[in-house]
Structure formats: C-alpha cells, structure tokens
Design a binder for this molecule. Sequence first.
Ligand code: ADP
Ligand code: ASP
Ligand code: MG
Length: 814
Amino acid sequence: MKVLKFGGTSVGSAKNINKVIDILTNYSKSDSIICVVSAVGGITDKLLNVADLALNKDDIYKNDFEAIKQKHFDIIRELIPSKNEKVLNAVNDKLNELNSLLDGIYLINELSPKTSDKLVSFGELLSSYIISETMKSRGLNTERKNSQELVVTDSNFTKSEVDYTLTNKNIKDYFNKANQRITILPGFISKSKLGEITTLGRGGSDFTAAIVAAALKVDQLEIWTDVSGMFTTNPKMVKQAIPIKQLSYQEAMELSHFGAKVLYPPTVQPVLSLKIPIHIKNTLKPNDVGTIISDESNGEFATAKGISNISNIALLTLQGNGMVGIPGFSKRLFETLSQEKINIILITQASSEHSICFGIDAKDAELAKSSIDSAFENEISLNKIDPLIVEIDLSIIALVGDNMKSHQGISGKMFSSLGRNNINIRAIAQGASEKNISAVIAEKDVKKALNTLHERFFEGNIKQLNVFITGVGNVGEKLIEQIKLQQDYLKENLKINLRIIGLSNSRKMVFGEHGLDLTDWKEQLEKGEKATLQGFLNAANEINLRNSIFVDVTANHDVSNLYAEYLKSSIAVVACNKIACSSDYENYKRLKRLSLKYNAPFLFETNVGAGLPVIDTLNNLIASGDKVTSIQAVLSGSLNFVFNNFDDTNKFHDVVKQAQKEGYTEPDPRIDLSGVDVARKILILARESAKEMNLEDIKNDSFLTKANLNSDTVDDFYQTLIDDEEHFQSLFASAKSKNCQLKYVAEFDNGNAKVGLKEIPEGHPFYNLEGKDNIVMFYTQRYPDQPMIIKGAGAGADVTASGIFADIIRAENE
Ligand code: ADP
Ligand code: ASP
Ligand code: MG
C-alpha cells in the first residue's frame, strides 16, 4: 500500500488533476493507493478572504463566492464533459451550504475559529469529491473516504492536536475492510472528539498523509507538489536554488520549521520513529528525482544543506537591571506566552541575563506585549524592568545541516557574507544541536540575504557581481561591449557571474533585476524611464543585490557627489570620473573612510593613465611597506599627442583640433592644455602616496598665453591658438635648438608637486615617448636609483574601458 499526497497546485486545474489521475492510475497497477488531496489551489485562502469580507459586511463577498463556485464548476465540466449532472448537483448542494454559512457570518458579524474551520473544510471536501467522481467516471476502482471520520483531534480550532490512539484505530479499521484499489482522502480536515469540525493547521494536508502512512506502517510517503523537491532554499526567492537529493528527518524538520513551506513541519513527526521515508516529487515534472527524507543524511553537501526563511517576525525584548541574577524571570515570561498560546520561534539571552530576546509571529505581537506588560506590571512600576520592546518588519533566516556541528567557521562564513553586504543582524540563535544557525534581519533584506548565503554555501564559489553603470558615451559603450564578450570567460575561468543590472545616460535609465540582456541594451535604454541620479541610486538600493558595484563613466560633478551614498549602502564605487579624488582633500578622505567602514571598495584606477595599472602598483608598493620618494610622469595622453605631432611644419591650433577629433582630449580641451587635468592626476598619485594635498598646492607653470587662458568659450580658445601661433613655434624652436623634445611633465618630489612643459634631452626615458602614451616613474626606498616604470597608451576609449573593467573585477577580490 502506498500513500501519496497532492497539494493545491497539483489539483489546481483540470489539466493538473488529469496529471494526478495519470500518476495514480500508473501506481495502482501494482499496489493499492491512498491519495490525500488538498483543496483546489488557492481556495483555502479565498475561503478565508470571502469570510473576512462577509464579516466586515462587504457585499463584494457575494461576487467572490460566485468566483469560487465557478472555479469548481469549470473544473468539473472539463474533467467530466458529459453525464456530469449528479456531480454538479452534489457540488451545488455543498456550495449552497457554504453560501448559507457565509450569509450567517454576514448577518451575525462573527467569525469564530470554530466557524473558520468549518468554512475552510469545504475546500478539501469539494476537491476530494470531484477527483474521486472523475476517477469513477473513468472506470477506476475508486472510493472517497471523508477523513473527518478518521482523524480525531482536540477542540483547538485552526490547529488542533491529533489523538493518535483513536485516529490510528479508525484508520486501521477502515483500511482493513476497504477493498477499493484507490482511496481518495481530503487532507487537512478532521473532527474533534465532540464531533466538531477541526483542521490540522495551514498546509496540513501533508500532515494528514503522514498520519495515515504511519497508522498503516506503509513503506513510503510521497508528497507531490509544484517543485521538484526540497530545495537548497526557496526557489521563488533564489533562482540558483537546486533540489536537495537527500535529507535527514532532522534537517527536513529544521528547514520546514524555519519556513520551507514545501513540507508542513509536523509531517515528519508521525513517520520519524517508524523510519518511513518521505519522498517529495513534482506533479508537473514527475520524472524529476525529487528529495528523499529519511534516517540518513550524507547528502552531497558536506556541511550546510539548506537555508530557510520566515517572514512577518516580531522581535520582543524584555530587559532591565532588575532581571540580573534573579531566577524565574524567563519562567514567568514563557508561561505568560504559553497561556496566550503564542508560539516562540527563536530565543536568545545575553549571558549577563540583563535581557531576553525572542522572535514570534508578528500577528501575536500586540497580545504578547499586553500580556507580558501586565504580567510584569509590578516590576515595571518599580523600574526593575522596562516595558516590553517590540520590533516588527523582521524575518528569520536559518542555515541548516546535520554536519555543521563538526565544521568550524560556518557561522563566521555566514555572518561575514551578510555583513559584507550590509545586512544588519538583529539577533542570532544557534541551537545546541548545532544543526541550525538562525539570524533575525530586516524583512527588506531577506532576498539579498538568501542569495548571499546561497552563493556562499551552495554555488561552487561562483560569485555574482551586479553592476550599475552611469554614463554610456564612448567609454561606457566600450565597457558594455567588453563585458558582453567576456561574460562566459569570467564564469568559466574566474567563477564570476558578471551582470549589468542598471544602465543610465543623462536622459534615460533602465534596470533588469536578473541582469540586462546586452544584445540590445541600447534599445532597452531608449525605452527606459527618465533618468535622475537620485533615482538611479534609489533603484540600486531597492533592488538590493549582494556584491553591487556602481560604475561612474561620466565626468560629472553631481554624479561624484553621490559616491558617499553608494558606499554607505555597501555598494562599491568604480570611478573613471576624476572629480571626487581630486576634490577637496577632506572629501577624498571621507570616501576612503566610508569605503573601509562599509566594506565597499572605492576604485579609480582609470583616473591616472587610463588602463595602465598605475594606482594599483602604487597601492601595492605602499601596502608592502615601501615609501615613495619621487614620482616623475607624463600623464596626459592628449598633451603628449599634441607635442609629438607639433613642429615647424604645422600649426599648433591644427594639432590640438586633431587631438580633440580623435577623442584624446576632454570635451573642453582647455582642461588638458591648461594642465588642470595633469595636476589632478599627480594630485591623486600624491594622495595615494599618503600625502595630504589639495589642487591649489600644485605648482602649475602654464605654457599657454594669457589670451589662451582667458578665453571665454572653446571657440574663442581655438581662435587665440591661431593668434598666438608664434608663441608655440618659439617653444618648439627653443627645444629643437637644444636637441630636446617637449613633454608635459608632472612631478612629485619631497612632498611638493608641480606640472609644466619641459624640454627633455635625448637619452631620458621620456624622450622617445610616442603618440598618446603615458609614462610614470616611481622612485621609492626600494627603487632609489632605477625607478619602477609603467608605460603604455594612456588615453582612448578602449584602454580606459578595460581599466574600468579591471577595477570591477578587483572590487570582487577586495
Ligand atoms: P502544496 O500546495 O503542494 O502543498 P506549497 O505551496 O505548500 O505546495 O509548497 C510548495 C512551495 O514551497 C514551493 O512552490 C515553494 O514556493 C515553497 N518553498 C519554500 N521553501 C522551499 C524550499 N526550500 N524548497 C522547495 N520549495 C520551497
Ligand atoms: N488547503 C490547506 C491550506 O491551504 C491545506 C493544504 O493545502 O495543505 O492550508
Ligand atoms: Mg503545502
């Protein structure tokens, strides 16, 4: 004999019921079958809802009742297309009874737990009747037995306790005599010893099946549902969750008790001592292997097996100096809660005994507060303890596994991953059995926490990086293309799942919580919502993904003003924009501090030398204990281009124009030619070398004329270049006469920094610097004579994009 249970979705439509009937038909060829069914999917909720409407005298309840009726009629007509009058009439009679009950609730304005149980019992009574009649109509040897005549309980309505002696006897007596091949039983519903209708608690059909399986000592209990087993975590919250092949009873109990709804927690209890295995299967994918819950654990994961979560938790804290060292406080506290039938889900107590903290269902919070405050009225009035503190909008997440106890460092791993992602932990509990570590966190962080922990414990070290890019001009576009090309490689070789979640230009922004499809990102962005900087930040916060990275590919001041906000949300910042790092020293320092405090990298390698590893090298030198004594550098790709191309055969104006056309200069070429851009870069290098310095401290001997410097607009500036051609030719002639090359050089020496045009003699490392190349020479205590030199292309969209890309990958490693 076999016991199978089919849940709400499995019997939620005629199509699915046909799948159930196929499975039963198949099984019944070799054995007799007991099939426990839930109400048609969603009906229990709808019944409670409609009753609530009636209770509140909302006439809409009549429409909702009609919808419930229609749903059942539709299913019957589809399952039994002809000769269905008998079934339709019987169901109609039952629904009339339900209607009268609802009218009663409407009239007397009362809905007791007793009436509520009576009301929801209609769901399973109807579904079991319809299914058994369908099977009979198809010639299958089927009977329905009303399980209310078998399962006997106390009168604790909505979640009653089973009387196993009477129940087991009823079940055995009935099935000893029954001779049909297939028996359909409604799950969830029962009767008290006094004959009142009771239920076993929400999700209780699983339990009914376990009770029957245990009473008859069958070989196996099968729970058929809408997912392929018990997953490593709720598959609706974590896309990467996978079914767990094997679980011990304890593990399954812990996971279900802490929210894995796929199995109603009391289900394990009746089958546990008889060692009847539970097999969880998917009605919609019957060939999937599912999960076996048995006496054995040895699953495929050595330590943690799964993660669960419970929403709507209230955390209550009883504290006060008067509690210390005095026994009996906890006893009184828990007695009070037990008298009010309030279930405690988690408890923590500090060893000072100064406070006890416990988690309960938020719906019980008000009752808990009033009953505890009145139980401790006396102590509260004497200021020995404080009135009970209630916090809401919380959730519990629990990491579960039998083998966790024999492995060190699991809780460290759990809490460090949560901390890194800015998930604040309100309370922690670890059972003495060490099969479960639970934490109370804010409801809004649950999805992120589950994903973070799942990644850490179950995803073979594949790490997700979630990128938000602002600025999709030249460089931004290249960056997206590079990411697109590199995604597969990163996954395979570096175990990084790099996804772009948000994109924005100055007009539009677009988001994709599961990663934007990069094949047509431009169209998606065009169709996006209106962009605002604050809106982009808010979205990154609301989507609330772990390992989030904000990438600034603009040269915009307002964008850089928001870095602090990103860092405070533990979102890493990667900036190609130089403004923040060359702004006021205090601001730069503050961003560095926030980065440390919130564990969020702040990286800006491309601020100096585009993709060249200048800042990274400098940071490594300093981290390893070296000290920078001097930096000599050519840091402007555009100025280098200009002076490499300018001579007595062409015009300075034309060369500058060409540099701009080729995209080497900033949009306003004066920023490059005036030396401001180079000054910003050497400032950043000086700061990264631990020197407190501001832009004003950098000496800037400009080679431009007063007219150039005082020009109002870019066009005016170009005109002054034409006017002052003679000046530029004389600079060239002077260098040429000494056999020198003109280079725009930045220096940091003895704590002082300066920028300016220099005549570089032959033989100097700068002399042969070509095209738009940059060069940086670090003289340090370890490199006193021969400097460490970094040289290569220092401008251009492609190399800048790859520098940003490298920072994104670096942000992961930090
Ligand atoms: P049924 O109606 O078949 O009893 P339930 O809705 O009660 O089905 O339970 C199945 C649901 O449990 C799944 O659809 C899933 O959303 C949820 N669930 C939560 N945690 C888990 C988990 N760890 N593994 C599988 N399902 C889970
Ligand atoms: N129908 C009941 C509920 O929704 C019992 C069950 O489906 O297990 O809670
Ligand atoms: Mg269920």
